[in-house]
Structures are given as C-alpha cells and as structure tokens.
Design a protein around this ligand. Structure first.
Ligand code: CUA
Length: 315
C-alpha cells in the first residue's frame, strides 16, 4: 500500500525526492552531482538494509536456548580491509566529482563572454525581494530575465534586516541574503518560462509567503521591456506601486487592505497622508518592520501614490 503510493508519486513527478529539472547550466551541474552522490548512497542503503534483513532471518534464535552462547568469531581480515578501504574510495569518488563540477556551479561567467551579462541586485526584506536592474529599474518578487544570457545576482540584505535566502531551484543553488554581505550567484535560463522559488531561511511570521519567481523572456522582448519600464518608472506611470504593495504590504495587510496579520488598511486615513505614511514605511511601527527604510524615492512615491488612489480600486 505505502509502496504503491510511493511508486505512484515517483512516476507522477519526482515526489519531492529528486531535484526539479534544471533550467540553467549551474543547476544542471548541481543535479549531476546529486545523481552521482545518489548512486553511492543508494548502494550503501541497499547493502546495509539488505544485510540487516538477512541477519535477522539467518541468525534468529529458532529453537536454541535463550542463554546459549553463539559461535566465537575472531575477525575476518579481508572483510575488515574491505570496509575500511571502500568508504575511502567512495569519499574520494564523490569529492573528486563535486570539486570538478564546482567551478561551473560557482563561478559567475565573465561579463565579456559572448552574449554579455545582466547584473541585478537582489535584496531580501521582510517579506519580499527587491530587484534593481543596471538602468535603475526596480521590481518586487518577480525578476524578469533574458533567455540565453547570463544574469549575475548580487544577493544581499540591508543592515537593519534579518537573514533571508534566495533560491530558485531550477536556476541554481541557494544563497543567503545576509545584512551587510554580498553573495554572488548567477543563472542562464535556457528556455522562456516561469521559475518559482521560496525564501529558504526562516525569517519571521511571513517567511512562507516570501516567494520569488523568475520570468524568462526572449532577449529582445526583455530588453524592450526593461527600457520601457525604465521610462515608465521615471515618469511615475509604472505598476511599481501596485507591485510593491502586493509584495511588501499585502502579505500582512491583505491584498485589498482587509488586514490579516497586520491591521486593516482599507479606508485608513493614514493612506492619504504621505509624510505620515513615509514615517511608518521608513521606521516601522509596533510589530511592523521598517519595510522600506532604504527605499529610493521612486519606490516610495510609487507606493504612496498607489495607496492614495485607494486600495479597492487599485488592488
Ligand atoms: Cu525571508 Cu524566509
């Protein structure tokens, strides 16, 4: 019954036992390392569990008296040499393979390599991700990226923040976003699509809601989006306010401001008072963290503008 259920899950997907399909060269190398390690751990598992079952059957008491002495065994030199050497060989095989793969996982491809590179700053906040592109465009929770081009990620958090962890499994490894420290990672999405991830460091009450996604577009489409979004954000006509609300506010206050963890915002007169709003956003209040302490004016203006127009119409 349980075996059937397990097999069913394994056939239907990976059942959570295997990594998701890789969509970036570094994720591919992580998966290859996982598969290589699994060969040895699988073999060791079968050997140990198989011997355990065999010993239980073969050496059960049968009709012998309970206090009867067993056979006196004085060791087996060949067996002892084998179980000393075999683990050494296994560890060397695993270590050699992983160290061979490591540079291709870890080293960010050079900006001068063919195809160029897009460098994005990724910052973790309670409980959202803020992205900043080279042209100053800001995005929340959804990172747009070109297909086939390297995207370098500078992953960090502000000094007033807690530790978060950036992880889009299909696009590479997991990296902590540590206040005051910048960790570098990268990906190169091979196909257009949406790749989902989740903050992987327990960071507080809405940790589970701290999701992220990478949306990969054909390069020309991405470039025209980035340029148009840059103009819209400078002119204050973009959706940045709405996106910031959904990412930074709604997870605690509700998408329509109805209040869930945080107090209800809909109809709150504070929303009309830009400077009072700025004070709360910059400094936090009560249980609310200073969600936008170091935001650029552009993002603060976008959010306060969005809130002023009313949540129900916009959200
Ligand atoms: Cu951020 Cu968990």
């Amino acid at each position: 019954m349980i075996g059937g259920a397990l097999c069913g899950t394994a056939v239907a997907g990976n059942g959570g036992f295997a990594p998701v399909d890789a969509a970036s060269p570094n994720a591919e190398r992580i998966n290859e390392s996982y598969a290589w390690v699994s060969i040895f751990t699988g073999a060791v598992f079968l050997l140990v569990e198989g011997s355990l079952i065999w010993f239980i059957v073969r050496y059960r008491r049968r009709r012998r008296r309970r206090d009867e002495d067993g056979a006196q065994i004085h060791g087996n030199t060949n067996l002892e040499i084998a179980w000393t050497l075999l683990p050494v060989v296994i560890l060397v095989a695993i270590g050699a393979f992983v160290f061979y793969k490591l540079p291709g996982i870890q080293d960010v491809p050079s900006a001068n390599a063919s195809g160029g590179r897009v460098d994005v700053e990724v910052k973790g906040y309670r409980y959202y991700w803020n992205f900043e592109y080279p042209n100053g465009v800001i995005a929340v929770d959804k990172l747009r990226a070109p297909v086939g081009q390297t995207v370098k990620l500078d992953i960090t958090a502000s000094p007033f923040e807690v530790i978060h962890s950036w992880w889009i499994p299909a696009l590479g490894g997991k990296f902590d976003a540590i206040p005051g420290v910048t960790n570098e990672s990268w990906f190169r999405a091979e196909e257009p699509g949406i790749y989902r991830g989740q903050c992987a460091e327990f960071c507080g009450i809405q940790h589970a809601a701290m999701t992220a996604q990478v949306e990969a577009f054909p390069r020309a489409e991405f470039e025209s989006w980035l340029e148009a979004e840059g103009r819209a954000q400078e002119a204050g006509t973009s959706d940045l306010g709405k996106e910031t609300y959904a990412g930074a506010c709604a997870k605690c206050h509700g998408l329509a401001g109805e209040g869930d963890i945080g107090p209800a915002l809909a109809g709150n007169s504070l929303l009309q008072d830009r400077s009072a709003l700025e004070t709360v956003i910059r400094n936090g209040r009560g249980a609310m963290p200073p969600i936008g302490k170091d935001w650029q004016e552009r993002q603060l203006d976008a959010l306060t503008g969005f809130l002023k127009d009313g949540l129900t119409s916009g959200g």
